[in-house]
Ligand binder design. Structure first.
Ligand SMILES: Cc1cc2nc3c(=O)[nH]c(=O)nc-3n(C[C@H](O)[C@H](O)[C@H](O)COP(=O)(O)OP(=O)(O)OC[C@H]3O[C@@H](n4cnc5c(N)ncnc54)[C@H](O)[C@@H]3O)c2cc1C
Length: 576
């Protein structure tokens, strides 16, 4: 029997795992099938994964994996909306221009144009799928379009202030009802099954995935006609993030281990104001609050200082109305200068100017959520921190989601397509999921299925149950804190080098643990997070300028000519 390759650094492995006979069950039957008759396996049930699944499922069987509950995905948390070039006053050129402007010189124009050209069709498809967008009988397609920062015109289709939930619910309902789609909740992809697992003389190809059935605590081999990574971003690598727990960069790490290139990982978008509270660390406080008059203040910085001093006017003449990245940088600066763990966002000036009813009426969700945590925003300041919000880089793909590895595709926040450049324009990410989710499905259907191969089972013959979960918990905390402190909003070369040093040590410990103990979700996520952390730091170290979301004190200016950062894994360490 073939030996299952659990990819790990040989030098650190204390014991060698032996192949073991596979004990059959429903899922394991898949192992005996030829990969050519296998389903398309999609890793992720957010907007990107569900779009691809729904476009594939009439023609081929599809299995969709979600490592937590199906409802958990960044998609469901999106508030603002999705771009649609629909209005009479709008044009593809205008949208491309705005995208390029936000992307600070690193947007791929061809990508931006392709996606803008298909935006109307994408929104129409969502309408047909039953998404209850906010209506305006006089609007294009009967939709109310709103305008967001960076957009020249109204072009954002939305469902009140909970667009993502409306989209996700509608597509999940469709996927559940489709006979060609099998949704596997609480199944976590561990690694890709590639040529390396199959035989020495194989050409590089992806044949399937190893996936952990979390409830039954076993890893199954899932052969696939093609694998689509749609596993979202990596916000959880930072101590503070607006992202759900699913955002641990699994797809990026898996593709990297399999030898795919990754691009622009240094560009992490930070949202300036996320609620700082022990019971709710991912709740965004909308920028509209500052737009209506809320101001940022310092809390007490020491004995005798009651706090309350405004600081934004010292950073930018536009004060609280400066662009998102400037506000985030200013907050970060003040927090580091005074050793604070948060600042205050004070909404009481809104009450003074416009009254209590205005505040409650315009910000009902924030008002209710804060009140439930004991903060009355009409009277008290809201503790806030900036938080990692969006991963602009990821697995390098073309406009059909093809990666460097035949048989492997990637879509959504997991990818680097060139759309976002050095900074993402608001509401472009949901659009990218729909447009490229569809083109990826077309490419999968056009490609010949993976050649017939028998795939080796997962090898757990020589591993034990973890003895000390504290190692994992400690390393999770350490990694997220060091990323926050050294690789956050403002960077220096010295901090990045320190971070890289620590990350390598952590990676060693985690690889060791992975090689010797039975895997669970926490360990697998930590392994992926540390891999992504290293990619972010290495990318940041390569950029000798400040541009878009990457700000370095050592290189404060933008270079006259700049390129994307593309990392290639050395051939000898690839998991093929
Ligand atoms: C608070 C917030 C507000 C936002 N607002 C907007 C907005 O208004 N407009 C906009 O365009 N964008 C917005 N975004 C960004 C946008 O929501 C995301 O970029 C987009 O939804 C990503 O979709 P996705 O399908 O790529 O990933 P996700 O929606 O994150 O889905 C990832 C899926 O992958 C699964 N998964 C991950 N790893 C594994 C694994 N190893 N095995 C199995 N399954 C796995 C998860 O369980 C999940 O099902 C917002 C993001 C946040 C966090």
């Amino acid at each position: 029997m073939c030996r299952a390759v659990r990819v790990r650094p040989a030098a650190r492995v204390r014991r060698i795992r032996l192949p073991y006979p596979f004990i059959g069950n429903a899922a394991s039957d898949l192992n005996t099938e030829s990969t050519s008759a296998a389903p398309v396996v999609i890793v992720g049930a957010g907007l990107a994964g569900l779009t691809a699944a729904l476009h594939l499922a009439d023609r081929v069987p599809v299995v969709v994996l979600a490592k937590r509950d199906l409802s958990e995905a960044a998609t469901a948390w999106a508030q603002g909306g999705i771009v649609g070039v629909l209005g009479e006053d709008d044009s593809v050129d205008s949208h491309v221009h705005d995208t390029q402007d936000a992307g600070a010189g690193l947007v791929d124009e061809h990508t931006a144009r392709y996606i803008a050209e298909q935006s109307a069709q994408a929104v129409r498809w969502l309408v047909d799928a039953g998404v209850p967008f906010s209506a305006d009988p006089a609007g294009p397609l009967g939709l109310h379009l709103t305008r967001e920062g960076g957009h020249a015109v109204r072009r954002i289709a939305h469902a009140a202030d909970a667009t993502g939930r409306a989209i996700h619910d509608a597509l999940l309902a469709r996927a559940r009802a489709h006979p060609g789609i099998t949704l596997r909740e609480r199944w976590m992809a561990v690694d890709l099954v590639t040529s390396r697992h199959v035989g020495r003389d194989e050409r590089p190809h992806c044949y399937g995935v190893y996936a952990l059935d979390i409830d039954r605590r076993r890893v199954e081999t899932l052969p696939a006609r093609a694998v689509v990574l749609a596993s979202g971003g990596v916000g959880k690598v930072y101590r503070y993030t607006s992202n759900p727990d699913t955002a641990t960069g699994d797809g990026i790490a898996m593709a990297w281990r399999a030898g795919c290139r990754v691009g622009n990982m240094e560009f992490i978008q930070f949202h300036p104001t996320c609620l700082y509270h022990s019971q709710d660390r991912s709740f965004l406080i909308t920028e509209a609050l500052r737009g209506e008059g809320a101001v940022l203040r310092l809390p007490s910085t020491g004995p005798g200082d009651p706090g309350g001093q405004r600081f934004m006017p010292a950073h930018d003449p536009r004060a609280e109305l400066a662009p998102r990245d400037i506000v985030a940088r200013a907050i970060d600066f003040e927090m580091k200068k005074h050793g604070l763990d948060h600042v205050w966002l004070d909404a009481t000036p809104i009450v003074a100017a416009k009254g209590d009813a205005f505040l409650r009426g315009h910000f009902p969700t924030i008002h209710a959520r804060c009140l439930a945590l004991g903060i009355d925003i009409a009277r008290q300041p809201i503790p806030v921190v900036p938080a990692a919000h969006y991963t602009c880089g990821g697995v390098v793909t073309d406009l059909a989601g093809r990666t460097d590895l035949p048989g492997l595709y990637a879509v959504g926040e997991t990818t680097y397509t060139g759309l976002h450049g050095a900074n993402r324009l608001a509401s472009n990410s949901l659009l990218e999921c729909v447009v490229l989710g569809r083109s990826c499905a077309v490419a999968v259907l056009d490609a010949p299925p993976a050649p017939r191969r028998a795939l080796p089972p997962w090898d757990e013959s020589q591993v034990e149950d973890p003895d000390e979960q504290v190692v994992i918990a400690h390393n999770w905390d350490e990694l997220r804190l060091l990323m926050w402190n050294y690789v956050g909003i403002v960077r220096t070369t010295k901090r990045l080098e320190r971070a890289l040093h620590r990350i390598k040590l952590l990676r060693g410990e985690i690889d060791d643990y992975y090689a010797n103990f039975r895997v669970d979700r926490d360990l697998l996520e930590l392994r992926n997070l540390v891999a992504c952390a290293e990619l972010i730091v290495r990318s940041a170290l390569r950029r000798h300028e400040s541009r878009g979301l990457h700000y370095s004190r050592d290189f404060p200016d933008a270079l006259p000519v700049s390129f994307p950062t593309v990392l290639t894994r050395p051939a000898r360490s690839r998991a093929r």
